[in-house]
Design a protein around this ligand. Structure first.
Ligand SMILES: Cc1cc2nc3c(=O)[nH]c(=O)nc-3n(C[C@H](O)[C@H](O)[C@H](O)COP(=O)(O)O)c2cc1C
Length: 243
């Protein structure tokens, strides 16, 4: 037996579509969760309205994007954070009552939630926040300096502490599993890739640096955010900061 075979290979094999077996994985989830998560009791901080003008053009952004690992000890602007959050998964259209975002999503099911660990952002207290994209606002979950906790959870990668802000993307798995069953996991990770690339390009456009991060201890980040990992779990991070 191939010693490099494991659960990932089994997943890849068992979630393939085969002609004539359209619903081969069955419908695993009966109750469809809401597309939006909100924290109604949290303090809400309105973000600045996003602009669809200005910034570096798309070709320059594509050419200039790099994973940046040295950050200045200077806060990210509140307007800059507002703009990058909007770019990550802001609402851009309403069609037949459905709100669509600037990042695509398989079946428009939007399984990915955005949280921030704010280390250093102008006019924003350090802490942990959730992005409410319908309101284009942040919901404050915890105030305080969590830079060391997030660095530790990110396998001691110091950029999680030194960058102004850490974007944390989680997935509410049943939003996508409800329709796509086990194949949903493929789509969830693809959705996250779109969101991360939007974030990276928006950062370049504003003269900020960013770095995607997938090396982290899942349980530690879920715990930091207070997530029940059977329902919702971290899938990806990106740091954004001044360079
Ligand atoms: C899925 C994914 C996970 C990554 N995880 C990390 C990480 O944990 N730490 C890190 O420093 N860079 C991480 N990177 C950044 C890559 O190392 C980087 O993209 C690669 O070296 C190419 O360099 P460039 O992004 O500057 O073009 C990750 C990139 C991707 C796409």
């Amino acid at each position: 037996m191939d010693k490099f075979k494991g659960p990932g290979d089994e997943f890849q094999e068992r979630t393939r579509h085969h002609r004539g077996e359209r619903t081969s994985f069955g419908r695993a989830v009966i109750v469809r969760p809401s597309v939006y998560k909100t924290y109604p009791r949290a303090e809400m901080i309105r973000l600045e309205k996003a602009s669809i003008e200005g910034g570096m053009g798309i070709w320059g952004c594509l050419n200039g994007r790099r994973s940046v690992r040295n950050y200045m000890d200077e806060p990210v602007g509140f307007g800059q954070l507002s703009q990058v959050l909007w770019a990550s998964q802001g609402i851009t259209a309403e069609i037949s009552g459905h709100l669509l975002r600037n990042a695509p999503s398989a079946g428009a099911l939007y399984p990915v939630e955005t949280y921030l660990v704010v280390n250093s952002v102008e006019s924003l207290e350090k802490g942990i926040y959730h992005y409410n994209m319908r309101e284009h606002a942040l919901e404050c979950l915890k105030k305080g300096d969590f830079s060391k906790e997030i660095e530790k959870a990110a396998m001691d990668q110091e950029i999680a502490r030194t960058a102004g802000v850490v974007f944390i993307w989680s997935a509410v798995f049943d939003r996508c599993k409800h329709k796509y069953s086990q194949r949903a996991y493929r789509y969830i990770y693809l959705d996250a890739g779109h969101i991360a690339q939007n974030t990276a390009l928006a950062a370049v456009s504003l003269g900020l640096g960013s770095c995607p991060m997938a090396a982290f201890y899942d349980d530690e980040i879920d715990e930091l955010l207070g997530l029940d990992s059977n329902i919702e779990g971290v899938i990806y991070l990106t740091v954004v900061g001044k360079t």
